[in-house]
Design a protein around this ligand. Structure first.
Ligand SMILES: Cc1cn([C@H]2C[C@H](O)[C@@H](COP(=O)(O)OP(=O)(O)OP(=O)(O)O)O2)c(=O)[nH]c1=O
Length: 616
């Protein structure tokens, strides 16, 4: 099983996860799947006694969760997604099925039952394929389950209650979460760990291979509306059988090896067990969907930037749904061009197309309209206006190693008020999404005053004051930035525990504080400037005071997707650069900070906390 082609099968489809479980969302997104989340409203109240086995119950519940979402979405705009995934996790011991506890006593009853014993965790999964013809919804269901055995240690009453009081058991089957504190209760696990956490990823991938390469009739069920009669065909389920979403099919240049597709499509294409059409006995390589997506990646980014620039998402947030012709009128663009752009946005999952016209997806409403608290509209605009042209010279930068030519573009000073505001909005959007994780990466409750150097709009300061009721934060930034900060302060949520002070951290006196914060600042500067700044902070910070540095740490292992921009910043900036943990630690220690600890704050940032040592 090669992973990316498996997940790649679903990349061109609109996939919905019918689950509110954050664990399922995390497992599937880490696997590279792109999907929307629509939690199911199906009440988990099936009669357990009517099922021959516990897993039959879990499978049926998973199926009903997914079907409810597919039907609801179809009813809402007469267009269901392509695939809906539902899952249900149960714990079983001695023939008893344990779901989520209803209260602490219930959690205690469950955990006492599991205490010192072995039990099974089953997750039932349903993959529902939806097809809308003449406003009629056709559903095909494929389902499976996975079992994992878990053994609990002998646990004291005291420990059980302490665990229950942590609150962790309440939203978890069997009343425990193996991935967090509950891991301490577990002696051993046999089987797929992720199955216990809520989603059997390995089995799911195998199922996708089976479904999209060589479907097995007995696994499929066809459901028309409310009935679930057995399936008699499984055409159109497989990409390779011509569902139309295979990019190679519409591509003239991709005709190689496709001529035979006009023949009998029910013949499985050459797969692991097959022979190819040339009769050579060799199988073609797996379809490189992920790679093709990468090749086209720049088009997707540019389409997103242009839609932002033309205010498509703003127009639709206020007036949507709208037809292409009306949108074209509002954004002052041609109808044919607008229509194509809108359809690309639909394919990218940013818009939905309904009978009444185009409308924003929730993602676009929240992040791509320009007015929301968590808007990334300005970040997209900054990427379009600034980074896009910078990256056209990437080859030169690679050849020359962050060449002066490349650097000149990168370091253009921010000139106009418009540019300053665009830059601030871009930084603000990112900071709003990461601030809470940075603020809570360490327990900072021992500090009563903090100074956020280069703290821009105060997004991190706000998260810090919300998290730590005793903390006062001074945001220190250049006068031209501080001049505009009032536009970013949310009405009704201002606090006098945040103050803004204009100044240059290389020249002016730094405000007094117990904790100095440098969030995404150090990577902007070369080593000599970093040393100059750290030495200014160090001489202002009292012994016992702290320094908090938030950056994306470069790691030895290959960069994860989320850190790719950080790796490339090495090349696009002449002055600044990203650094690894040993380098940051060395820099901090050289400037009198000890006990430097690291914590991760989501995919995009890491946080280091150090303590100012007493001068020798
Ligand atoms: C046993 C165990 C369960 N769980 C979780 C996984 C599931 O989210 C939950 C079981 O409840 P489910 O009803 O399967 O799922 P859910 O209610 O969280 O979400 P939805 O119904 O919308 O799909 O328990 C853990 O996170 N860790 C564990 O160790």
């Amino acid at each position: 099983m090669v992973l990316s082609p498996v997940i790649g099968k679903l990349l061109q489809k609109r996939v919905v996860l019918a689950s509110a479980s954050p664990r399922r969302r995390e497992i599937l997104s880490h696997a590279g799947l792109r999907f929307e989340v629509v939690p199911s409203r199906f009440k988990e109240k099936l009669d357990k006694a009517s099922f021959p086995t516990p897993y039959a119950y879990a499978i049926e519940t998973a199926k009903q969760k997914a079907l409810e979402v597919a039907r609801r979405m179809h009813q809402k705009d007469l267009r269901a997604p392509d695939v809906v995934i539902g899952a249900d996790t149960i714990v079983t011991i001695g023939g008893l099925i344990l779901e989520k506890p209803v209260d602490k006593q219930d959690a205690y009853r469950m955990l006492s039952r599991l205490n010192g014993k072995e039990h099974s965790v089953f997750t039932g999964v349903a993959i529902v394929h939806c097809c809308t013809t003449d406003a009629q919804l056709d559903l095909e269901v494929s389902e499976f389950h996975e079992e994992t055995t878990v053994k609990f240690s002998e646990l004291s009453e005291e420990l059980l209650w302490e665990y229950i009081d942590s609150g962790e058991p309440m939203d978890k089957a069997g009343g425990y979460g193996i991935q967090a504190l509950g891991g301490m209760l577990v002696e051993h696990v046999r089987g797929d760990f992720l199955n216990v956490v809520g989603f059997p990823l390995n089995h799911f991938c195998k199922k996708l291979v089976e479904l999209y390469s060589l479907p097995r009739r007995e696994d499929l069920r066809r459901v028309k509306h409310d009935s679930i009669p057995p399936v008699d065909t499984f055409e159109n389920l497989s990409d390779v059988e011509g569902s139309g979403s295979d990019p190679a099919q519409g591509d003239d240049g991709g005709g190689h090896g496709r001529a035979e597709a006009d023949g009998d499509r029910t013949q499985a294409p050459a797969g692991p067990q097959g022979t190819d059409s040339h009769g050579t006995g060799e199988s073609p390589p797996p379809f490189p969907a992920g790679l093709l997506e990468l090749i086209d990646g720049f088009k997707a980014s540019k389409a997103l930037f242009v839609a932002c620039k033309l205010n498509v998402f703003d127009v639709l947030k206020v007036d949507g749904p709208l037809k292409a012709v009306d949108i074209a009128g509002k954004i002052d663009a041609s109808v044919c061009g607008t229509e194509r752009l809108l359809d690309v946005c639909v394919a990218l999952g940013l818009l939905e197309k309904t009978d009444r016209g185009y409308r924003n997806t929730e993602l676009a409403d929240v992040h791509l309209a320009s007015d929301g608290e968590y808007s990334l509209h300005s970040l997209a605009m900054h990427s379009n206006d600034h980074f896009w042209s910078l990256f056209t010279d990437l080859e030169l930068a690679v050849r020359e190693g962050a060449s002066a030519a490349f650097g000149r573009k990168a370091e253009e000073p921010v000139q106009s008020k418009h540019k300053t505001l665009q830059f601030m909005r871009a930084m603000h959007g990112f900071a709003m999404l990461t601030a809470r994780q940075v603020a809570t990466a360490f327990d900072l409750s021992q500090f009563t005053s903090a100074c956020d150097l280069g703290g821009c709009t105060g997004a991190l300061a706000r998260a810090l004051t919300q998290e730590y009721p005793r903390l006062k934060v001074t945001v220190f930034d250049l006068p031209e930035v501080i001049e505009h900060v009032t536009c970013f302060q949310p009405e009704g949520r201002r606090t006098d525990r945040i103050s803004f002070m204009p100044g240059d951290f290389f020249k002016d006196d730094l405000p007094e504080a117990d904790l100095y914060i440098l969030s995404r600042i150090l990577h902007e500067w070369p080593d000599d400037k970093v040393c100059e700044l750290l030495s200014r902070v160090s001489s202002r910070c009292k012994p016992g005071g702290g320094i908090l540095v938030a950056e994306k740490i470069l790691e030895d292992k290959p960069a994860a997707r989320g850190s790719l921009p950080a790796s490339l910043n090495l090349l696009v900036r002449t002055q600044g650069r990203e650094r690894g943990l040993p380098e940051y630690r060395g820099l901090l220690e050289r400037h009198g900070f000890r006990d430097v600890r690291l914590a991760h704050a989501g995919d995009r940032l890491d946080v280091m906390l150090g303590t100012r040592a007493s001068p020798p």
